[in-house]
Design a binder for this molecule. Structure first.
Ligand SMILES: Cc1cc2nc3c(=O)[nH]c(=O)nc-3n(C[C@H](O)[C@H](O)[C@H](O)COP(=O)(O)OP(=O)(O)OC[C@H]3O[C@@H](n4cnc5c(N)ncnc54)[C@H](O)[C@@H]3O)c2cc1C
Ligand code: SF4
Ligand code: SF4
Length: 922
């Protein structure tokens, strides 16, 4: 790469968003596909101006650029060995028009976030990819992504109202801004004339026109969107619609305006199992004309892949070999309307012989169970694959009348090529089937098997059945060599003409969608070497990225795993020791130190990986030498706690004396907890129900901040609040020696953690009278740690569960008018307390503010004291969002310190506010 180019880029992009080191380029070199390319340079772009300038530089120096939104693409379209432009955090703008009928969204908005904004209007965006919780608008539009319900009618192409785009030459066109359109018509008259001419020629060519119409009656993301030429006559519309599905090869999409679609509140689901695929597909044809929202087909092998899962009917395991199922959902605005729809659907299916069925139900738990079957299939294959193999999900469309034949043809190919684990499921109404299989790329023979298999698949699907080789996932590198086979030479040349017009220098994502290399799909295949059994099942899908608190500062969970895979491969092969050393050194801070070990990644991961476990494991290796010290600390826990209190007293004194000369001390630092005496055993004649108080060590040491709105200790507040509902907290002797073990566990000191937990267990057993008396734990992180560590015979309640279930019904609450900020900590999320916390907080205020895009606060126990940049990065957007709030609530003392510091608003445990606002119900 020319030094002049790099120099110019360095003038443009600040150092903290410019990455050319081995770890960062490796980490960003993956998307969810089975291709890997390592970019030479990764730039996090934060504005359209930066993109324009970079496009101009790329043109000037002939440097290829690839755009990256969330990197969840499956066909290899978001990787490059040149320069990768990753959308930063600043692409979050949105605007809602006409009561939710339309929404304008910047390229970096996550699809699910857009739907949250629209929820109160009863609307949603049309595209509904299964990856919607992670993927971003730029990628959704550029892939023309779709899912179970959207079909072709509600994809980005068909629900696009307007677009703001940047061409390869750096020109901006905003199709909703009359001035921009007028200027563009003048500045780019020859381009627009060419597009009009291409459209005219295409429409005048009956054979080509018929082919394009046929292709887009199906779900189809192969090649560029040629229907833009046949469905629009204004070249501005043609251009904006060509950008849909262009996979970053024709220009940059800054924002789009969608025509939204209704999100009906009432739904019902059913599972019908047919004895064979022919009758199953015949039923699909009939369902096409009924009011169904989704019809998912599952072949016998996909049902088998999940038949062992808890909660599934036992009969799933006994279905016949040829059985196939339809999972059907219908949605409506009202219940009577839904009932009418269900009757219509049931009538259509009445004549079919069935092997089994779960008839339509509106029961959310049963519906959830049914959809869990469908959602579990892909991870199920991923979970059983051998380490070192990859899991591939293909995405084809058959014309609906030939769907049954298509399924049988695919099953025959699986048998022929030895893919015995392969399963088929998909969006049957559209003839769109996914098939999932595992593949090794570790030997020439395996690569050849894959090549032969894909050649046969392409021949059958695209040529014999006239289907599409990619229905939703985009052409990428994976199918670029097959575009001509599927579309024929004339249409293929037309696509090259469009590429030439819009990207004459071929700087935009070269080789993606269109490539001259017939073997491209067999190059740059991703190896998935074993790293650690804790993460070896990772399929690099990227679903975990949005929830990770270190994603803006250093690495995401996916990137940590990618780096560990490379490190372990280098260790085993003995190759390139310099690279190994560089990666290991950089990983210590970026991977290990800045992981909050919060475990939130596991909540988003389809195969349940907790990258925090890997981090703790790595810390255990490094911290082995401190094991003796940790065991000593565990045995002298009460002394350490008391030292902590003393340090806080000294710190507060120091801050008063030295002020700003103590940079690590800030106004949110806690004071030492104020002493408060609870009875040390149940008081027999109090008339109150005794509850054992397990106050966390953080609450015992870290009191409210200096000049707090409520300086009481959490113990005092808890006792006061519970008493209003008829409970008496008591605190047996030697609480000061107890700890849940989490501070040790998070540092990989597993032996010391276990020691603390065993000691605590005995103490709780003894004082709760072997589990007869309930235990009240006042901190979510401790409750989460103890959930799995303690004997279930102990009735351990986290404070939030206890208050919600047992105390709230007995309180009379007066809401405060002032806005209140709520932080649902990562522990509370993993304890499944999001709804309870939200309802409790909502009961305290007229205006509840739950900041967006903040999952874990990154304080991570004590990390916030020693590595404050993680906390600062995770909460960088907090202050803006809670600026109108006078106070904030949470359920973890350490989180509250960081939240208070980075918002300027005091956060306290929710119990403080509940106590202030409540009286006992008489
Ligand atoms: C488990 C799993 C399930 C999936 N399920 C579905 C599904 O049901 N349906 C479906 O359609 N897809 C699915 N996908 C594929 C993928 O998630 C979607 O296509 C998604 O829309 C991609 O969005 P992204 O933000 O990850 O984009 P990226 O992968 O980052 O990028 C996608 C493409 O868009 C380009 N691009 C990104 N931003 C811009 C921009 N601002 N301007 C121009 N070009 C840009 C990139 O260069 C790339 O070519 C799935 C993926 C996984 C891993
Ligand atoms: S850890 Fe899980 S969610 Fe994250 S990339 Fe791997 S498989 Fe996907
Ligand atoms: S444990 Fe938390 S910080 Fe660590 S990778 Fe997972 S989400 Fe990120």
């Amino acid at each position: 790469m020319q030094p002049q180019f790099l120099h110019a880029v360095q003038q443009l992009i600040p150092a903290e968003r410019y990455f050319d080191d081995p770890l960062s380029t490796l980490a960003f070199g993956t998307d969810a596909s089975f291709y890997r390319l390592t970019p030479k340079l990764v730039l996090r772009v934060e504005s359209e101006q930066e993109v324009i300038a970079l496009l101009k530089l790329a043109g000037q120096y002939q440097v290829p650029l690839t755009f990256r939104a969330a990197g969840t693409s499956l066909s290899g379209q978001a990787v490059t060995d040149s320069v990768l432009l990753v959308l930063g955090e600043n692409w979050q703008q949105y605007q809602i028009f006409e009561l939710g009928e339309r929404i304008r969204l910047a390229a970096g908005v996550i699809g699910a976030q857009a739907n949250q904004w629209l929820a109160s209007y009863g609307r949603k965006i049309g595209p509904d990819p299964a990856s919607i919780n992670s993927c971003k608008i730029g990628g959704i539009v550029a892939n023309n992504a779709s899912g179970m319900c959207c079909g072709t009618a509600q994809n980005s192409f068909n629900t696009l109202h307007g677009m703001r785009l940047v061409l390869a030459d750096g020109t901006v066109l905003d199709t909703e801004d009359a001035a921009s359109v007028a200027a563009f018509r003048q500045s780019h008259a020859p381009l627009l004339a060419e597009l009009s001419a291409l459209a005219q020629q295409t429409c005048n060519n009956p054979e080509l026109l018929a082919k394009i119409r046929h292709k887009y009656r199906l779900k189809n993301t192969m090649g560029f969107s040629l229907n833009a030429l046949t469905e629009f006559s204004d070249p501005i519309d043609i251009l904006s619609h060509l950008m849909v599905g262009s996979e970053g090869c024709l220009g940059f999409i800054s924002s789009v305006t969608y025509q939204t679609v209704p999100e009906h509140p009432h739904k019902a689901s059913a599972l019908y199992v047919f004895p064979d695929i022919a009758s199953c597909c015949q039923a699909v044809t009939l369902l096409k004309d009924t009011p169904v929202a989704a019809v998912e087909l599952l072949d016998r092998r996909s049902l088998r892949s999940v038949q062992h899962k808890a909660g599934l009917p036992a009969w799933v395991a006994t279905l016949s070999e040829g059985a196939a199922a339809l999972l059907i959902e219908s949605r409506a605005a009202t219940v009577p309307q839904l009932e009418r729809q269900l009757a219509q659907i049931q009538q259509q299916l009445a004549a079919f012989e069935l092997e089994q069925k779960v008839d339509f139900t509106r029961e959310p738990a049963v519906c959830e169970q049914l959809w869990a079957i469908r959602k579990g299939t892909f991870p199920a294959v991923g979970a059983v694959r051998e380490t070192g193999t990859t899991v591939i999900i293909e995405d084809v469309t058959f014309p609906l009348p030939r769907l049954a034949e298509g399924v049988l043809a695919l099953q025959q190919l699986f048998d022929c090529f030895g893919y015995h684990e392969a399963i088929i499921f998909g969006h049957a109404l559209e003839g769109n089937l996914h098939f999932v299989f595992t593949q090794s790329f570790n030997s020439a023979a395996e690569i050849q098997r894959y090549a032969d298999f894909m050649r046969e698949v392409a021949q059958r699907v695209a040529v014999e059945f006239g289907g599409a080789l990619k229905a939703e996932h985009g052409t990428g590198r994976n199918m670029a060599p097959f575009v001509e086979l599927e579309w024929g030479t004339e249409a293929y040349q037309l696509m090259w003409r469009i590429k030439q017009l819009l990207d004459p220098q071929h700087i935009l994502n070269p080789d993606v969608v269109l490539s001259r290399d017939s073997q491209l799909h067999l190059k740059h295949l991703k190896a998935l070497p074993a790293a650690d059994p804790l993460v070896d099942k990772c399929i690099e899908c990227g679903f975990c990225e949005p929830v990770c608190p270190s994603r803006k500062l250093t690495l995401t969970p996916r990137q940590r795993i990618v780096a560990q895979r490379e490190i372990s491969q280098l260790q085993q092969s003995g190759e390139d020791s310099a690279r190994l050393a560089a990666l290991q050194q950089a990983y210590q801070y970026a991977g290990t130190d800045t992981c909050a070990a919060c475990g939130l990644c596991s909540t988003a991961c389809p195969v349940g990986i907790n990258t925090g476990d890997l981090t703790r494991q790595l810390r255990a290796r490094v911290n082995q030498r401190y094991q003796g010290l940790a065991n000593f600390a565990a045995s002298k826990f009460s002394v350490i706690s008391s030292l902590g209190r003393t340090a806080l007293n000294i710190g507060q004194l120091g801050a008063r004396v030295f002020g700003a000369a103590m940079p690590l001390w800030h106004q949110a630092m806690p004071t030492a907890t104020r002493a408060f005496q609870l009875p040390d055993k149940p008081e027999q004649d109090s008339g109150l129900i005794p509850v054992l108080y397990f106050g966390s060590c953080s609450g015992r040491v870290l009191g409210p901040q200096q000049h707090s709105q409520d300086p009481r200790s959490l113990a005092e507040v808890s006792a006061n609040l519970l008493q209003k509902a008829g409970y008496q907290l008591f605190q047996p002797p030697k609480l000061a020696q107890q700890c849940c073990g989490m501070p040790f566990q998070s540092k990989g000191q597993f032996a010391a953690a276990k020691q603390m937990q065993q000691q605590l267990h005995q103490w709780l057993m003894q004082h709760s009278e072997q589990g007869r008396i309930a235990v009240f734990c006042d901190s979510s992180p401790c409750s989460l740690t103890l959930r799995e560590a303690l004997d279930p015979s102990l009735q351990l309640f986290d404070s939030i569960d206890f208050i919600y279930d047992k105390v709230l019904p007995k309180l009379k609450l007066t809401k405060q008018a002032a806005p209140l900020a709520l932080h649902v900590s990562c522990s509370a999320q993993q304890l499944g307390q999001g709804r309870k916390l939200t309802e409790l907080a909502a009961a305290c205020t007229e205006q509840l503010v739950i900041p967006e895009g903040i999952s874990c606060c990154g304080f991570a126990g004590d990390k916030g004291f020693f590595l404050p940049e993680l906390n600062a990065s995770a909460l960088s957007d907090l202050a803006r969002q809670v600026s109108k709030c006078s106070r904030g609530v949470s359920s973890s003392r350490t989180c509250e310190i960081g939240l208070s510091r980075h918002s300027g608003v005091e956060y306290q445990h929710l119990l403080y506010l509940l106590d202030e606002l409540s009286d006992a119900e008489c």
